[in-house]
Design a protein around this ligand. Structure first.
Ligand code: BMA
Length: 875
C-alpha cells in the first residue's frame, strides 16, 4: 500500500529544456516541479513514505494510498481528523543543468503552499510561508547544484498555533464546528476547510498549486493594462515593471490568431533594478466584450516579450483581454441610491449565484468540474458569479471560463463570518501581500466586476469595541476601509471596491447598524430560510441588489446512493444527519415542504420534493426581482455548487447533477421571462414580461385559464414589445368568477396572518401564461399560477405521452403531450444520467412541449425515459 523512495533519477524532464541548447542564451528556463513527490509524516520513527501528487494535498495522497477512507462517504469524516494534527513533509529530486545556474536568478516559484510551510533545497532552508492565498517565490540559486537536487517542503499543523494565539486573545467567529478550530482566523487558510453550514471539516496541508524553478537574467515583474474607450476606438495603455538588464519590451496584440496591433517600448533607465516600459496601442474596429446574454465575448491575446540589445528574449508572458468598460453606478434616485452594474455604458441586471470552492481539497478540482459548473451557470442565463470570501481566490481556469462565458465576477477578498487580528502588524503585512498578489493576478480580466472586502462582517461581527462576539470598528476599518481599498486603487485602479457584503453606505459615513438597508447598498436576505417567513414575503423585498438568499434541498436519489449504504437511506438516519450541517436544516426544509406539498410517499419522493420546494422559493424571489428592475438590479442566490454531498443550498450537487432549482433558474433567468403575480385579494393574476436581451423583444403573450381536468375556461393573447433590460406589466387577468366555480368557502386560518386565504374553487383553477417570439412563433417562456398551494390542488393523474426522435448530434428530442394538466413534471433517463434542456416543467393539454435530452454515452437505442408527474410523489 505504501512505497519507498525509488532509485535516484531525474524526474519529469522539463519541456523547456529545449531552451538550453545554447548556454549563452538569455531565455528564461522553466523547470516544472509538479508531478510525483514523496510524502512522509514528520516525527521520530516516521520513516514510511507515500507517493504524493503535486499539486495536491495530504488527504488526497493518503486517500490514494488507502490510508484514510473517503470522507464523502457515510460518517467517514470522523476518521480523518487525525490528519490535521500531524506535520507532513513533501520531498522530491529534480535535475538541473548548468544552463539554469548560469542565469542571474533562479527562483523556486510556489503558486500555492497550504499553509505553514518551511522550504528546503538540498536540506538548506530557503524560506517559510504562512499564507495559502499567496504566491511564494524563493531565490535558490545559491543552494542549487548541477545534477540532482532535493526539494523539500515541510508543513506544520496550524492547530497548535491557532490554539496558542486564541488562548492569548480570542477571535470571535461563526461556523465553529470543532473546538480544535478556535483561532482559525489567525491563519490565512481556506476558511471553509474548517467546516461550514454546508461542508465537512477537512483542513489539509500540501503544495496545492504548481511549483517550478525559474531561471532568468531579467524579469517581467508586472504587466499592467488599462483601457481607454472612446467612440469607435479603444486604446490600451500598457506598462511593465522589469528587473534586470533589458532593452525593450515588445507588445503584440491579436484576436483569434490575427495580429491587431503591436509596438516596442524602450526600457527606461532607473536608479533601481526596476525599469519601466510603457506603450499605448490603438485598436482599430474594437470588438467589445459583453456579459452573457448581452453580446459576444471576444478576447484579445496580448503577448509581452522582454528583449535585450541583441533582440534575444529575456522573459515573456501573455494576458487575455476583453474590451469593455464596467462600472458600479451608485446614483441618488427616487428610492435612495442605485446599485447597478453598467457595461459599455449599458445597464445590466445581474443574474447569478454565489460560488464556494467546488471541492474541500481544491487541488483536485478538474477542468471538467470547472467547465461543467460554469457552463451550467451560463447555459442557465446567469451573468454574475460571486466568489464568496470563505473559500479561495480561484484558479486561472475558473477566470478563463468566466471571461469566455461572459460571467461577471463579484470577487470577495478571503474574509468571511469571523473577526480578524488586524491589530497585529505581521497579519496586516501578510494580508497586504495576499491582496497584491491576487489583485495583480486577475485585475486584467474582462470578467472582473467588483472587489469586495469580506462576507458578512458588518452583519453582526463588528461593534464599538471588541466584545465576545465582535471586533471593534476601529480595527475593522484598518483592513476593510483603509488597506484593501487603497490596494485596489493602487494595483487595479479601475474595478470598484465594496467593503463588505452586505454593506449599507450612508452618504457621510455609513449606517452600519442597518446592514440591509433597502434603499442603498446590497443585501443578504435570510428572512425566509433562517427567519421563517413565507416564500411570498420575498415579494415585499425592495432591496437594491440581492447578493445572497437561499433555501436548502437534498441531492437526488442517485447522489444519495453514492455516499450512503442502503441501511442509511432514510431522511433522519445518522449518516443523513451527518451530511446536514445547518442546525435547523431538515426541520426548515420540511416545514416549508409541508406548506406547499403533500407528504412524500417515500425517500426518493422526499428528495425530489425538497428540490421542488427549494426551487419554488428562489423562483418567487427571482420573478419579483425582475419585476422590480430599475429599483432592484441584481439577484445572486446562495449557492451554485457543493464541496461534498449533503443537504445544502446548492442548485448543482457535488456530483454535478442539476437539482430542480438549476432547471428553474434556466427558466427564471431566461432572456425573456413571463411571470404571473396572483392576488387572492383581488382574484387577479397579473402577467409581466421581462426582457434581458440586448435589444427590444417583440413577443406574443398567451394566457389560458383551465380547470384541473384541462378544460379551457378562457384564453387570449396580446402582442407586447419590451425594451431591453426592462419589465412590462401586460395585464391583470380577472380570475374571480372562475375561482368561485368550485365554491367560495375559505380555508380557515388566522385572518390576521392571512386575510386572503384560498377558497375551495381555487383548488381547481390553473392560470397558464407563455410568451412566443412574434416573428418565429418559438416559445420563449412558460409559467403557471394557482391561487391555492400545490398540495391543495385537485390534481388528476395525467396520461403523458412522449415521442422520441434522435437528433443528428446524438441527443434526443422528447415531444410531450398530456390529457390533463401536469405541473412540475420530472423527466429522467431510467437507467443512467442525462441532462435535459428543461425539466420539472408544466405540461398543459394542447400546449406542445419538446425537451432535448443528452446522455453521456450518446445511447443509440431507444432510451427508456421515465416521466414522473407531481402527484406520483405523494400517492
Ligand atoms: C451566507 C453565507 C455563508 C452561509 C450561508 C448559509 O450568509 O455567507 O456563510 O453558508 O449564508 O447559512
Amino acid at each position: 500500500m505504501t512505497a519507498s523512495i525509488g532509485p535516484r533519477r531525474p524526474i519529469d524532464p522539463s519541456p523547456t529544456d529545449k531552451l538550453e541548447i545554447d548556454v549563452n542564451t538569455h531565455a528564461p528556463i522553466f523547470i516544472p516541479c509538479d508531478g510525483t513527490w514523496q510524502l512522509r509524516e514528520i516525527g521520530p520513527l516516521k520513516t514510511q513514505t507515500y507517493p504524493a501528487s503535486v499539486p495536491g494535498c495530504v488527504h488526497t495522497d493518503l486517500l490514494a494510498a488507502g490510508v484514510i477512507p473517503d470522507p464523502w462517504f457515510g460518517d467517514n469524516e470522523k476518521d480523518i481528523h487525525w490528519v490535521y494534527h500531524k506535520d507532513w513533509s513533501y520531498q522530491r529530486e529534480i535535475e538541473v543543468r548548468q544552463s539554469l545556474l548560469a542565469r542571474q536568478s533562479v527562483e523556486l516559484v510556489c503558486d500555492g503552499l497550504d499553509t505553514l510551510a518551511t522550504v528546503f533545497v538540498n536540506d538548506v532552508e530557503v524560506g517559510r510561508a504562512d499564507n495559502m492565498h499567496r504566491t511564494w517565490r524563493f531565490e535558490v540559486k545559491a543552494q542549487l547544484r548541477a545534477g540532482v537536487n532535493t526539494l523539500r517542503v515541510d508543513f506544520t499543523s496550524p492547530i497548535p498555533l491557532m490554539k496558542q494565539l486564541d488562548a492569548q486573545r480570542r477571535l470571535p467567529c461563526w461556523n465553529l464546528y470543532h473546538d480544535d478550530f478556535a483561532g482559525k482566523s489567525y491563519v490565512r487558510k481556506m476558511a471553509c476547510a474548517f467546516g461550514w453550514d454546508w461542508g465537512l471539516m477537512a483542513p489539509t496541508a500540501g503544495i496545492w498549486r504548481s511549483i517550478k524553478l525559474v531561471g532568468r537574467d531579467a524579469k517581467l515583474n508586472d504587466v499592467r493594462i488599462s483601457q481607454r474607450h472612446a467612440e469607435d476606438k479603444v486604446s490600451l495603455d500598457l506598462a511593465v515593471a522589469i528587473t534586470g538588464q533589458a532593452t525593450k519590451a515588445r507588445f503584440e496584440l491579436s484576436l483569434g490568431g490575427k495580429p491587431v496591433a503591436q509596438g516596442d517600448a524602450k526600457v527606461a533607465a532607473s536608479d533601481t533594478d526596476d525599469g519601466d516600459a510603457k506603450l499605448s496601442l490603438d485598436i482599430p474596429s474594437p470588438q467589445l466584450w459583453w456579459p452573457n446574454g448581452m453580446g459576444a465575448q471576444p478576447l484579445y491575446d496580448l503577448q509581452v516579450t522582454l528583449l535585450d540589445d541583441a533582440g534575444q528574449t529575456l522573459d515573456a508572458t501573455t494576458r487575455r483581454v476583453g474590451l469593455r468598460t464596467l462600472e458600479l453606478s451608485q446614483q441618488p434616485d427616487e428610492f435612495g441610491q442605485s446599485f447597478r452594474f453598467r457595461v459599455n455604458g449599458r445597464d445590466v441586471f445581474c443574474k447569478g449565484v454565489n460560488w464556494i470552492p467546488c471541492d474541500v481539497f481544491p487541488s483536485r478540482i478538474s477542468d471538467q468540474t470547472y467547465r461543467h459548473l460554469l457552463d451550467s451557470a451560463a447555459d442557465s442565463g446567469m451573468n454574475m458569479i460571486r466568489v464568496w470570501g470563505g473559500g479561495i481566490y480561484e484558479d486561472e481556469r475558473f477566470y478563463d471560463l468566466c471571461d469566455e462565458r461572459g460571467l461577471m465576477i463579484w470577487q470577495d477578498f478571503m474574509f468571511a463570518c469571523a473577526t480578524y487580528p488586524t491589530f497585529d502588524p505581521a497579519f496586516m503585512a501578510n494580508v497586504e501581500a495576499e491582496a497584491i498578489d491576487n489583485i495583480r493576478r486577475i485585475r486584467h480580466r474582462a470578467c472582473l466586476a467588483l472587489w469586495c472586502g469580506n462576507n458578512e462582517l458588518e452583519q453582526g461581527l463588528v461593534a464599538e469595541t471588541w466584545t465576545n462576539s465582535a471586533m471593534s470598528w476601529e480595527d475593522y476599518k484598518k483592513l476593510f476601509d483603509e488597506l484593501l481599498p487603497a490596494l485596489v486603487t493602487e494595483h487595479d485602479g479601475v474595478t470598484p471596491y465594496w467593503p463588505c457584503s452586505p454593506h449599507t453606505p450612508d452618504g457621510e459615513g455609513r449606517n452600519r447598524r442597518n446592514f440591509n438597508d433597502p434603499t442603498i447598498g446590497d443585501a443578504h436576505a435570510w428572512s425566509v430560510w433562517f427567519g421563517g417567513q413565507p416564500f411570498e414575503a420575498q415579494r415585499d423585498w425592495n432591496y437594491r441588489f440581492m447578493s445572497e438568499f437561499g433555501f436548502q434541498s437534498f441531492p437526488e436519489p442517485r447522489s444519495v446512493e453514492a455516499f450512503t449504504k442502503p441501511e442509511d437511506r432514510s431522511l433522519t438516519s445518522w449518516v443523513m444527519d451527518y451530511h446536514q450541517r445547518c442546525g435547523p436544516g431538515n426541520q426548515t426544509i420540511y416545514k416549508y415542504l409541508l406548506e406547499w406539498f403533500q407528504p412524500p410517499k417515500d425517500l426518493e419522493s422526499s428528495l425530489w420534493l425538497t428540490q421542488l420546494t427549494q426551487a419554488l422559493c428562489i423562483e418567487f424571489a427571482a420573478d419579483h426581482a425582475r419585476r422590480l428592475q430599475g429599483r432592484m438590479d441584481g439577484l445572486l442566490y446562495w449557492q451554485l455548487n457543493d464541496l461534498w454531498p449533503g443537504a445544502t443550498w446548492s442548485s448543482i450537487d457535488v456530483y454535478g447533477r442539476w437539482k430542480a432549482l438549476q432547471y428553474f433558474a434556466k427558466r427564471f433567468f431566461a432572456p425573456v421571462r413571463v411571470s404571473l403575480l396572483e392576488s387572492n385579494e383581488h382574484g387577479t393574476a397579473t402577467a409581466f414580461v421581462s426582457n434581458h436581451r440586448p435589444d427590444a423583444a417583440k413577443v406574443v403573450l398567451h394566457w389560458r385559464l383551465t380547470d384541473t381536468g384541462g378544460t379551457t375556461l378562457e384564453e387570449g393573447d396580446e402582442p407586447v414589445t419590451i425594451a431591453s433590460q426592462s419589465c412590462v406589466k401586460v395585464r391583470a387577468l380577472d380570475c374571480q368568477r372562475f375561482r368561485q366555480r368550485g365554491g367560495s368557502a375559505k380555508l380557515p386560518g388566522d385572518v390576521r396572518k392571512n386575510p386572503h386565504p384560498p377558497i375551495a374553487g381555487d383548488r381547481e383553477l390553473f392560470v397558464w401564461a407563455w410568451a412566443t417570439d412574434a416573428a418565429s412563433g418559438e416559445e420563449l417562456s412558460r409559467t403557471l399560477a394557482t391561487f391555492a398551494k400545490p398540495k391543495h390542488l385537485l390534481l388528476r393523474t395525467p396520461q403523458i405521452e412522449h415521442k422520441l426522435t434522435r437528433r443528428d448530434d446524438g441527443a434526443w428530442d422528447i415531444e410531450l403531450s398530456t390529457d390533463v394538466p401536469a405541473p412540475w413534471t420530472r423527466l429522467a433517463l431510467a437507467d443512467g444520467d442525462a441532462t435535459f434542456s428543461d425539466n420539472f416543467l408544466h405540461l398543459c393539454p394542447n400546449l406542445p412541449a419538446t425537451v432535448t435530452m443528452r446522455t453521456s454515452d450518446n445511447i443509440k437505442s431507444q432510451p427508456n425515459v421515465t416521466i414522473q408527474p407531481l402527484v406520483s410523489l405523494w400517492s
